[in-house]
Design a protein around this ligand. Structure first.
Ligand code: MG
Length: 280
């Protein structure tokens, strides 16, 4: 397994089996933050066990916050209808939450409207270059519902374009000065100094008055791929669903624990484990 040399925050004892999670680990737990694709879903679908797990966690009194690269259009739906307290979308470009008292959806963006418009103009130029230089990839099907990032599909609705293509896309984003992350289906790129971790921390502080160091100890983060790395690094209780192991050699920050099942079944396994350890 190849490991970068700059990893500082977590000893190399990551990927412990989830069964080793203890009561003490979840003592005082505040909430569960989680990725969506291939973490809550399995092969692109949301299994009943994963959605039920959300309700069970919610009913236990825990806060639930999806942290995803998915677009604003999807996040609008999730924030309104799912048993969640807020949603971070487009790799940290914003968070949305449903204000039940007012009966309104609230949207908090990291960049203002003019800046987002300018960023979209720059991203169109990046896409033109990717489109002409990298064969076999496509604009993601959910690009129309995005407000802040460019999502390049390398295996969701196109045959897997290969890791060389992924590397080339990453190189093009970087050459344009954009940030980018590789998810299990897309390469996402954006202009702006934010990521999933920073926006999750901002949300916890602004909505719940929870400072970064408290969030780090009192929330679990569950994810599956390299675009979750800032989150794996930022939480003491980080958990990967089993499929995270296929990316392990490409990742610097591994999760502390790993489930035995993949995708949504892995998330349900985590929920069950947490609920079995919480005081009744
Ligand atoms: Mg994912």
């Amino acid at each position: 397994m190849t490991v970068g040399t700059s990893r500082r925050t977590r000893p190399r004892s990551g990927l412990r089996p989830l069964e080793r999670l203890t009561k003490r680990d979840v003592e005082g737990l505040w909430g569960v933050l989680f990725d969506i694709d291939d973490t809550l879903t399995t092969r692109g679908r949301l299994p009943a066990c994963a959605y039920s797990a959300l309700w069970a966690l919610k009913e236990s009194g825990l806060r639930l916050i999806p942290i995803t690269g998915r677009p604003a259009g999807w996040c609008d739906h999730m924030a309104r209808m799912w048993p969640v307290d807020a949603v971070v979308g487009e790799n940290g470009a914003f968070y949305f939450f449903y204000d039940a008292q007012a009966g309104k959806l609230r949207k908090r963006y990291l960049a203002d409207e003019d800046q987002r418009r300018e960023n979209r103009r720059r991203l169109r130029a990046v896409w033109e270059e990717i489109r002409t230089r990298v064969p076999g990839v496509a604009l993601a099907s959910d690009q129309h519902y995005r407000e802040a990032d460019l999502a390049v599909d390398y295996c969701e609705d196109v045959p897997h374009a290969g890791w060389e293509a992924v590397e080339e896309i990453v190189g093009i984003f970087r050459a344009h000065g954009a940030h980018c992350k590789v998810s299990s289906i897309h390469v996402n790129g954006w202009f702006g100094d934010y990521d999933k971790r920073r926006t999750a921390q901002l949300l916890a502080r602004e909505l719940f008055g929870i400072p970064e160091e408290v969030l780090r100890r009192r929330a679990v983060f569950c994810g599956d791929s390299p675009n979750d790395e800032p989150m794996f690094a930022a939480f003491e209780l980080s958990v990967g669903v089993a499929n995270v192991t296929r990316f392990a050699s490409r990742m610097e920050h591994l999760p502390a624990f790993v489930t035995s099942s993949a995708g949504g079944e892995g998330f349900a396994e985590l929920a069950q484990k947490i609920l079995s350890l919480l005081p009744s």
